[in-house]
Design a protein around this ligand. Structure first.
Ligand SMILES: [Zn+2]
Length: 358
């Protein structure tokens, strides 16, 4: 290499620093990142699937850290019960019924104008995933249901994009990174989504803010390692934390399974739309029907127990009807549900994910 090349490289390195000398100074001082790592972070593109509790913390940290571009995809609106833990939103967002992606974009642009923040109000599903996740260096999991996570896993493995799983409920949370081709994928870890009625959600079991901050922060730490080019530092284990029971468990990820349908056999049924939930509007009825493509049934008795106290419930041997807020959910034993009170497929899927589960 000639001296001149070295000078050019040094200049390029400097320009990233000169652009914002103070903004990233503490991160550049940090040995693990440095000027080169920061330049890589600035050049990176990240998609974040979901912008609820985990998502607001992730997005805030990523934008402050200076990723080049952050695409925030969320199909929901801000509600009062979100404010306890979704740190980017405020009462005005609730009053204005702001879509979460839009509210997050507005707040974060004011935080760091150097980052291209894109808030997209859409549902990530087999027909939108390709367009929304294409060309990204990393995908952050801030989803509220397993169907989307399996879909993200299919996409990420197919295209070799790292992604970072994260989930929490109550005072408990779990996270691990997925490096396609290097570490176990989601389907190596969990063969399929847990049965609908057995997976508690924040809307049925509650959640406290600190576990959200803990898990989201751990996800972003792994994200920064990957984006800064320090894959050698990535934590290749499952971390499970319970802040109320004072437990922290580090569990080895299983090795990559050669028989894994996703990363072993390269079948992508969630991406192809063969598995996962399917939603269709019921013409003229202000209702959406949700059908599970795997036809896994729902234990109505168990579901009735979980929904007790959230709204009024009616039940017979074929179905359970719950009226929660302004929506009526009629859930059949085969897992099918009719959500009345909306024509919006995204809203209906979101309600199904919250109250029935995936
Ligand atoms: Zn796998």
């Amino acid at each position: 290499m000639e001296w001149e090349d070295l000078i050019v490289t040094e200049k390029a390195g400097n320009s990233a620093r000169e652009q914002s000398p103070d903004r990233y100074s503490r991160q550049i001082l940090f040995d693990g990142i440095g000027g080169e790592g920061q330049a890589r972070i600035i050049a990176s593109r990240v998609a974040q699937v979901g912008c609820g509790a985990l998502g607001t913390v992730q997005a805030s940290l990523l934008v402050r850290a200076g990723v080049g571009m952050l695409r925030i995809i969320d199909r929901d609106f801000v509600e009062e019960s979100n404010l306890q833990r979704q740190i980017l939103f405020d009462e005005e967002d609730v009053r204005a019924i702001m879509p979460k992606a839009v509210a997050a974009e507005k707040k974060l642009r004011a935080v760091n104008s150097l980052v291209k923040v894109e808030g997209i109000v859409e549902d990530v599903n087999p027909s939108t995933a390709g367009r929304l996740l294409d060309g990204m260096d990393l995908i952050m999991d801030a989803a509220d249901n397993f169907d989307v996570r399996f879909l993200v896993n299919d996409f990420a493995v197919k295209h070799g994009i790292p992604w970072i799983y994260g989930a929490c409920v109550g005072s408990y949370g779990l996270t691990f990174p997925i490096l396609p081709g290097e570490s176990a994928c989601l389907r190596c870890v969990f063969e399929s989504a847990p049965p609908a009625a057995l997976s508690p959600s924040c809307d049925t079991a509650g959640v406290i803010g600190p576990i959200v901050g803990t898990i989201a922060s751990m996800q972003v730490a792994e994200a920064l390692k990957i984006l800064a080019g320090r894959r050698d530092r990535v934590n290749r284990r499952i971390t499970a934390v319970d802040l109320w029971d004072n437990r922290r468990d580090i569990i080895d990820l299983p090795p990559r399974d050669p028989e894994c349908p996703c990363c072993g056999k390269r079948e992508f049924p969630y991406l192809d739309g063969a598995l996962g939930a399917d939603a269709t509007t019921l013409c003229g009825r202000n209702s959406v029907q949700i059908r599970r493509r795997d036809n896994s049934g729902v234990d109505l008795e168990e579901l009735a127990r979980r929904l007790a106290g959230l709204g009024s419930l009616e039940r017979n041997r074929f179905l359970l009807r719950a009226v929660i807020d302004k929506y009526q959910l009629t859930i059949f034993a085969d897992g099918r549900a009719i959500v009345t009170g909306t024509y919006d497929l995204g809203v209906a899927k979101s309600l199904y994910a919250r109250y029935v589960g995936t």
